[in-house]
Design a protein around this ligand. Structure first.
Ligand SMILES: [Fe+2]
Ligand SMILES: [Fe+2]
Length: 402
């Protein structure tokens, strides 16, 4: 189904929902006028569910989000937001098998005639989430390590399913990004929950999740909001997608790479960008960031670009998140670095490899959160570790560093 017809169907569905709510407020939830609207709503959903498993509408601030993107603001979306915020509802999820009786229950909950917690016992095709209940089944997530084992398997599957021929499950990934943003808004000190020092058995996908989270953190510290913030988070999640085209043995090789192997690794930005360009619903920022995340601020690094090339800000932010996560989650060579050591090295890289203003914004945000910034000390041990990470003239050229 084309995106425009899907969005049109959703608007029609919401129009009937608010119509049912207005009629139910005037008459009663069982009134024929209400039933008429609900029947039309059910019909819209039937059409929608021929192509999609479920419909998730999230309420974030003054916007309704679908697939992590704000829906066009209309009097209808404003009214529905009002009903949801009155009842403390953070999202509505409709899934296959939706019945009229269940929709009547939904109407009662949205009108405050019964508590929304009762929905779990009354329906199987409608789920409601609280704005204030992070322990909820679809709670917001502040870091990869906060996912349950089952959720981790789900996320892993998303990344496993990505292949040259398969379409990206953009809906799942964008709803994760929306979850991260919601988590940030609710936690006074989100950075403290982020990027805990991890074990050595890290996979590309956990790194991708972290880079997405760190991109959102940077964006919020810069005052970026709305669609742009979502796109920057998504760009972080997908920056390394080109690694699906690199042999797994090369990616996981513990020793030094041969020239040919490194040449393969160096293709992942352009292969990733090409792949994303052919996927429906991918924002351009994600394509840029996949292509440019190993490019340095001084335009060295790879892929090589002509003089005068302007690196996108989202790519520069992704490079910063990528570097930080790589330093914090070292695997084969050494223990992970602590905040002060990682931020010290990043200060050294600011201006040459990393955008200095964005790096300062990133590190200042950490400092405000109580993390110390110290210069990288040039002790023999640190220098050796740094050289192992840098591997060459570009900190991100080492495949295990980004
Ligand atoms: Fe990369
Ligand atoms: Fe990376």
């Amino acid at each position: 189904m084309a995106e425009t017809s899907r969005l049109h169907l959703i608007q029609e569905l919401l129009r009937n929902l608010t119509g049912a709510l207005s009629s139910a407020a005037l008459y009663a939830p069982e009134h024929p006028k209400v039933t008429e609207h609900l029947a039309k709503l059910a019909d819209c959903f039937r059409q929608y569910s021929r192509h999609e498993q479920e419909l998730l509408i999230a309420c974030v601030d003054d916007e309704l989000l679908y697939q992590g993107k704000p829906l066009l603001k209309t009097p209808i979306t404003a009214r529905l937001l009002h009903y949801c915020s009155q009842q403390g509802i953070g999202f509505i999820r409709l899934s296959k098998g939706l019945s009229l009786i269940e929709l009547q229950q939904l109407t009662k909950v949205l009108l405050g005639k019964q508590p929304f917690e009762s929905m779990a016992a009354l329906t199987t095709s409608i789920q409601l989430g609280s704005v204030d209940a992070p322990q909820n089944e679809t709670r917001p997530i502040a870091s990869y390590d906060e996912l349950t084992d089952e959720e981790k398997r789900g996320v892993q599957q998303q990344f496993d399913n990505i292949s040259e021929k398969a379409a990206l499950d953009i809906e799942h990934i964008t709803s994760m990004v929306a979850g991260f943003i919601t988590a940030f808004r609710r936690q006074a000190n989100p950075f403290l929950a982020l990027v805990p020092i991890r074990r050595q058995d890290e996979y590309t996908f956990t790194h991708s999740v972290d880079v997405g989270i760190l991109n959102i953190a940077q964006g919020m510290a810069l005052g970026i909001e709305g669609q742009m913030l979502h796109d920057i988070g998504l760009a972080g999640m997908l920056h390394d997608v080109g690694k699906i085209f690199v042999d797994k043995e090369i990616l996981n090789k513990p020793g030094k790479l041969s020239g040919d192997e490194f040449a393969q690794i160096k293709q992942h930005p352009s292969r990733g960008a090409q792949y994303l360009m052919n996927q429906e619903g991918i924002p351009r920022l994600a394509v840029f960031s996949a292509y440019e995340h190993h490019m340095r601020y001084d335009l060295k690094g790879y892929p090589q670009v002509p003089e005068g090339w302007v690196q996108n800000i989202s790519s520069q932010m992704t490079a910063i998140s990528d570097t930080f996560d790589a330093l914090r989650t070292r695997r084969a060579y050494k223990s992970p670095w602590d905040f002060s050591k990682a931020s010290g090295l990043m200060l050294n890289l600011a201006g040459s490899q990393l955008n200095p203003d964005l790096t300062l914004n990133f590190l200042k945000t950490l400092a405000v959160m109580g993390e110390d910034m110290e210069s990288f000390d040039d002790s023999p041990e640190d220098t050796q570790a740094r050289d192992e990470i840098l591997g060459c003239s570009c900190s991100l050229e080492n495949p295990r560093c980004g």
